[in-house]
Design a binder for this molecule. Structure first.
Ligand code: BES
Ligand code: MN
Ligand code: ZN
Length: 489
């Protein structure tokens, strides 16, 4: 969807959208309509009980005097907050995406709508319009998306600037959704890397370690997972240096497909495991957003990319591997592979860059879905201030987080009889013990947070700003965290 800003309403017939908010509909909000259309709209709104809630839509047809194809009142809620504006924009897209209409004219002339509010309305519209159609070849014309342009008329002068920044976040979310949506025969470690190469055009420095380089560095945990696959592993490093500061690391779990390995998963639902790289996708999307809007932050995004498969060379339950940290791990369950990938990625970034803050994102445990469902992601942290910053960013971006505990008694559960630790210790508190496994690879003086996003990466029900499928969870969160916690210093 192409977005543009103009001063006056174009003459050609189009759907004209008027965003309306507040307690009740006022004549003055419809000042851009002729008198007759205004009266009729007021009456129609009353008889339809149109109450201006965010995302409600009232569609009418104007009299001869107006060239509009239709007039659409779009409710934006009582106080015009960001969430309501995004919800309204999303509702607009959902309604008109495949309606046969190609353009929407959003007329805010004379309305008390700020540039920032316009940008959030557009963000909602663009995010809700995202879809992946590249594998469809037999579609009836009327099923195809028709909407390709949104023209904003009469917005505040700062709307364009606000949209320029926010559209970079929309691009990052779209990129993450694309990576999450692609099937594992298309998206595997090497092709994940190739798709991220375009970030170089935005000024992101890209470094890739192949499996041989990782072997030389001693990344036995990550490579132990990869050895059951024909697809070689990669470590993708994306660096955005928008400020002269010590870097902060975002680390993502990028298991491009998780069969479970020899501890193989049941067949039902296994196709979902194409999105076991949602953490890596969030990191890539966030790097795109930050570089796109030239964020004044120094961030290193690291994606540990492997495929977890059960072939003749796969690792076995009971195998002992040595991670890059030098610590040994008894692989009790080859399906607890995410932590094996993350621990080496996290060790690498601490040894290679002077990072004092790490945020990792991973579709790590099924248990987090039992705990928090699909509403919010689990947050674990060794530092209260960092946890607070992430919680605040989550609330502001609507990529919501809920903090769960760490503790010595939980940590003890991953002690192994034969090695320094084991990668699985059964069901009780398994999201927490997974977090402790990662924590054992983080230096004491490094602030660290782990986000278990297994429940929030993919959805079977449409939401305010997404259709069913990939949500892009984490991109807006990390962008907001960077904006509020890193850029404001
Ligand atoms: N990728 C899965 C976690 C997952 C499960 C994400 C379901 C989304 C939906 C992870 O690699 C895994 O298999 N975790 C196991 C760990 C267990 C073997 C300790 C789990 O949560 O069951
Ligand atoms: Mn697994
Ligand atoms: Zn997994």
């Amino acid at each position: 969807v192409n977005i543009s800003f103009v001063e006056t309403r174009p003459g050609d017939p189009a759907i004209v959208v008027i965003p309306v908010g507040g307690e009740t509909l006022e004549q003055s909000q419809l000042a851009t309509l002729g008198e007759q259309d205004r009266d009729q709209t007021m009456r129609a709104a009353a008889s339809a009980r149109f109450e201006l809630e965010a995302g409600t839509i009232l569609q009418l047809f104007p009299g001869q005097a107006d060239t509009a194809k239709a007039i659409v009142l779009l409710g934006i809620g009582k106080d015009g907050n960001d969430a309501d504006l995004e919800k309204a924009g999303g509702a607009l897209s959902a309604r008109f995406l495949a309606s046969g209409d190609e353009a929407l004219v959003i007329n805010v002339t004379g309305l008390a709508v700020t540039g920032e509010q316009v940008a959030h309305l557009l963000l909602g519209a663009v995010l809700r319009a995202w879809r992946c159609d590249e594998f469809r070849t037999r579609w009836k014309p009327r099923q195809k998306p028709s909407l390709n342009a949104i023209i904003v008329v009469g917005a505040a002068s700062d709307a364009r600037k606000a949209w320029t920044d926010i559209s970079c976040v929309a691009d990052g979310v779209a990129f993450a959704r694309e990576l999450v949506t692609l099937p594992a025969n298309v998206l595997y470690p090497e092709s994940f890397v190739e798709r991220c190469r375009k970030l170089a055009d935005l000024g992101v420095e890209i470094t890739v370690l192949d499996d041989h380089q990782m072997a030389d560095l001693g990344m036995g945990a990550l490579l132990g997972v990869a050895q059951g696959s024909r697809r070689p592993a990669r470590l993708l490093v994306m660096r955005w240096k928008g400020a002269d500061a010590d870097p902060v690391a975002f680390v993502g779990k990028g298991v491009t497909f998780d069969t479970g390995g020899i501890s193989i998963k049941p067949a039902a639902g296994m196709e979902d495991m194409k999105w076991d790289m949602g953490g890596a996708a969030a990191v890539a999307g966030a790097m795109m957003a930050l570089a796109g809007r030239k964020a004044k932050a120094h961030v290193i995004g690291v994606c540990g990319l492997v495929e977890n498969m059960p072939d003749g060379n796969a690792q076995r339950p009971g195998d002992v591997v040595t991670s890059m940290s030098g610590q040994t791990i008894e692989v009790i369950n080859t399906d607890a592979e995410g932590r094996l990938v993350l621990c080496d990625a996290i060790t690498w970034v601490q040894k290679t860059h002077n990072v004092k803050t790490i945020v990792d994102l991973a579709t790590l445990t099924g248990a987090i879905i039992v705990t928090l469902g699909h509403e919010q992601a689990g947050l674990f942290a060794n530092d209260d201030a960092l946890a607070e910053q992430l919680m605040a960013a989550g609330a502001a971006s609507r990529d919501k987080l809920w903090r769960l505990p760490l503790g010595d008694a939980y940590d003890k559960l991953i002690d192994s009889a034969i090695a320094d630790m084991k990668n699985s210790c059964g069901a009780p508190a398994s999201s927490i013990t997974a977090a402790h496994f990662i924590k054992r690879h983080v230096a004491d003086d490094v602030r660290w947070a782990h986000l278990d996003i297994a429940g929030t990466v993919w959805t079977s029900t449409p939401g305010a700003t997404w259709n069913k499928g990939a949500t892009g969870f984490g991109v807006r969160l990390l962008d907001r965290f960077a904006a509020d916690a890193l850029e404001q210093r």
